[in-house]
Write a protein that binds this ligand. Sequence first.
Ligand SMILES: Cc1ncc(COP(=O)(O)O)c(C=O)c1O
Length: 305
Amino acid sequence: MYRVLRRGVLQNVAGAVGNTPLVDLTGPLSIKNGSRILAKLEFFNPSGSVKDRPALYIVRDALEQGLVTPSMTILDASSGNMAVSLSLMAVCFGLKAKIVVPKNISREKIDLLRILGAEVVFTDPLEGIDGAIREARRLAETDPKRYYYSNQYDNPSNVKAHYETTGPEVIRQTRGKVTHFVVGVGTSGTLMGAGQRLREYNKGIRIIEVQPDGPLHGIEGLKHMESSIKPKIYDPSFANELIKISTEEAYQYSKLLASRAGVLAGLSGGANVAAALRVAMENPGSVVVTLIPDGAARYVNLLLG
Ligand SMILES: Cc1ncc(COP(=O)(O)O)c(C=O)c1O
């Protein structure tokens, strides 16, 4: 995905999306049954999260298809990370961004949006991300000429980004040895895109979905699907297995990754690793790959609170 101008110089930071490192957590997690856990550090992306992958594809595809022109504003609803990624891509591609977020998203993310020059609209925290989605839809309908509603929940470019980048990277970085892929769902773009690519490569690879264990949870970025507006790109029957993780476990593993492995993982990364550990323990000799979707820096106050 890197676009190098010459002698290793990128045209802009959009060229630094993807090709994130895979780090071995087997030792730090004290796994001794022959299994390995490998985590893809998505906070190495330019805005600090996995969402740079779909944001780049969504904006680039929309420009190529003529769905967005330079006078238009990119509009989306997000729990934070997609908001930051879209705002960053808007800067890279010379566009404006307007983002609808629930008012309780972390202070660090709101500040990043402001620094990137995005317009921010707040919705009732009690309505969660679904309240933000409803408001973005309403805004898009009131002025379709002004807004390109990128709609990450239903946009096939979201899945395509992971199909063309995350999936192949996991195959290449494990030299094809991955046996289990464990991934939390928000929009489900990572699960559906990377999962499909891995299954095409080897249909024996088990795809494991991770969700919060209840509708009221604190794992930013993940959705409890049963009680939420379901993304159109999501197929509930796609994964081989579903693991539910509590907010407490997500916090616990985020902190544990920092102190034992020096990996500064956000809360969904903690949830993913907690689930990956269960899979590794139940399947001796497995090669379990998971993702750290963003870094701890965005949740420092929460983690210390
Ligand atoms: C921190 C975090 N983790 C996980 C996810 C889930 O990724 P996906 O939308 O590909 O399901 C997101 C998505 O916004 C996120 O922000």
